[in-house]
Each structure stands twice: as C-alpha cells, then as structure tokens.
Design a binder for this molecule. Structure first.
Ligand SMILES: NC(=O)c1ccc[n+]([C@@H]2O[C@H](COP(=O)([O-])OP(=O)(O)OC[C@H]3O[C@@H](n4cnc5c(N)ncnc54)[C@H](OP(=O)(O)O)[C@@H]3O)[C@@H](O)[C@H]2O)c1
Length: 252
C-alpha cells in the first residue's frame, strides 16, 4: 500500500450492507479489506469487486472466534502495517419475537457474542494498527433497535419490535462506542468512534430475503450504507461519540 492510501477493514462484508459499503468505499478510492468468516464467501465477494478493477482484498475473520480475530490482525500487520478505518459491521439477531420473560439465555449469549463481544475483540486487536495511521476511525454498525428512547416511543417502529437480546447487545455496543470515544479524546488520540443506524434495510438479515424485506418497507442497501460512507469519507474526522443515521442524530 502507498502512504496516502486509506486502508479500510469491513467486518461481515461478504454480503448485505457490508458488501455494499465495501463497493462504494472502493469506488471512492479506498483500499478495502473484506472480513468474512467463510473463505469461500469472502473470496467470491472480493472477486466480484476486483473484477470491476476495485482495490479490494479478503481476510478470514469470524468476530466470535478470538483466534480468527488475532490471525486477521497479524495478517493486516504483515501486509499493510496500519489501518485507517475499522467498520464493525458484522451482526446477527438470534432472538427475534421471543418474549423477554422466557427467552432462552443461549440466544441472548449468541446475540452478545457477535454484536457486542465480537465487536470489542476486533476493535481491541485492530487498535495497534489504527494507532499507526495518521488519523483513524472506528465506525460501529448499530441499530435504532438499540435505542431505549425509540423503544419507549409509541410513534416509532421500534416500539413494536421485540428482540431483547439483539436490542440489548446493540445498546451495549452504543455505550462501548461512547466510552471508547471519550477515552481516545481524553488521551488526545486521533481516532474517532461513532455508531450508525442504517434504518430498515433490504438484506438477508434475520433470514429474510431482500424482496421480502422490501415488501415490509425496507430501504435499498445504498440507503442503508449512506451514513457509514459519509463518515468513512469525511476528511475532517471531527465527529466522535455520535449515534446517527442519514437524517441526523438518533436518540440513544
Ligand atoms: N438490515 C437491517 O434492516 C438492519 C437494521 C439495523 C442494523 N443492521 C445492522 O447492520 C449490519 C449489517 O447487516 P445486514 O443487514 O447487511 O445483514 P446481513 O445481510 O445478514 O449480513 C450480515 C453479515 O454479518 C456477517 N456475520 C454474521 N456473524 C458473523 C461472525 N460471527 N463473524 C463475522 N461475520 C459475521 C454475515 O456473514 P455470513 O454470510 O457468513 O453469515 C454477513 O456478512 C449488522 O450489524 C446489523 O445488525 C441491519
């Protein structure tokens, strides 16, 4: 890589919004690494984009497997020596529509393993590389589903949603975003940390098909990644400790 190149790692980038943001950021000149837990899927996704002449590579990365995360960080260190942007996009929901009073604790653990502990493990292990970049960004793919304000607002779609493990894990990741951003700011480290809500987006999330999701009013992936792309390409890199979507700030 050249010294002026922006190197970006996107977790869960073999499909859905991760793939779309990889494509858009590479089209804007960034060198993007697709993190995917399956080599076959990750390599196929990278090939679709390199065939278009885009600067994209693949690294095996299962955010719930500590050894996989360690190995991915080692691979990036060996090949590039630094990282400009980490986009913690990998996510999954295991407890949709389960009653909070009876939901199986195993499902709650699975929600937290991916959306909270996985995000933190990747962040901590990529941090030495982010510190090597002149300025760096961590962008956490959150969700309005993690907003307690929206969960209590009868006019919000979130009011009627129940996935307490997924929602709690996203809310917890929001708090991690705030605390990490404050730590870096207090230490005068040039690394910003922000959370983004993509809106309801037509992907295969939760076992749906994009067509099925669209019939329920979900937006296209281009809409879902717009705020992430905006933050990832913001040359000022001033915003930190924010939670936002394409319309502006989202209530925590
Ligand atoms: N779609 C929405 O309406 C919506 C709304 C709010 C927030 N979000 C958030 O947006 C992010 C992207 O979701 P999406 O809609 O694009 O969903 P998606 O199409 O289901 O994609 C999820 C991605 O995460 C990957 N992933 C899952 N578990 C992983 C693990 N343990 N390690 C590494 N990668 C893993 C998946 O890989 P595999 O292909 O191997 O499963 C896939 O690449 C998620 O964080 C989600 O919570 C989505």
């Amino acid at each position: 890589m050249t010294k002026t190149e922006t190197l970006t790692l996107v977790t869960g980038a073999n499909r859905g919004m991760g793939f779309e943001m990889t494509k858009e950021l590479a089209e804007k000149g960034q060198h993007v690494i697709i993190g995917a837990r399956t080599a076959e899927k990750g390599e196929a996704a990278a090939k679709k984009l390199t065939d278009k002449g885009l600067n994209v590579d693949f690294v095996q990365l299962d955010v719930t497997d500590p050894q996989s995360v360690t190995d991915a960080a080692q691979t990036l260190k060996k090949h590039y020596g630094q990282l400009s942007i980490l986009i913690n996009n990998a996510g999954a929901a295991f407890d949709g529509r389960k009653a909070p009073s009876t939901v199986d604790a195993k499902l709650l653990h699975a929600d937290f393993d991916v959306n909270y502990f996985g995000l933190i493990d990747v962040t901590q292990k990529m941090l030495p590389l982010l510190k090597q970049a002149p300025t760096a960004k961590i962008i956490n793919m959150s969700s309005m589903m993690g907003s307690k304000t929206e969960a209590l607002n009868p006019d919000s779609d979130v009011y009627h949603a129940v996935a307490v493990g997924y929602q709690s894990a996203k809310a917890a990741a929001n708090m991690y975003t705030v605390q990490l951003a404050k730590e870096f700011k207090n230490a005068q480290l040039p690394i910003t940390v922000n959370a983004v809500d993509p809106g309801m987006v037509a992907t295969e999330f939760g076992g749906a098909t994009p067509e099925m999701a669209k019939s329920f009013g979900a937006q296209p992936v281009e809409f879902g990644v717009a705020r992430v792309v905006e933050l990832a390409t913001d040359a000022t890199n001033q915003d930190t400790a924010t939670f936002s979507n394409t319309h502006g700030p989202v209530a925590w």
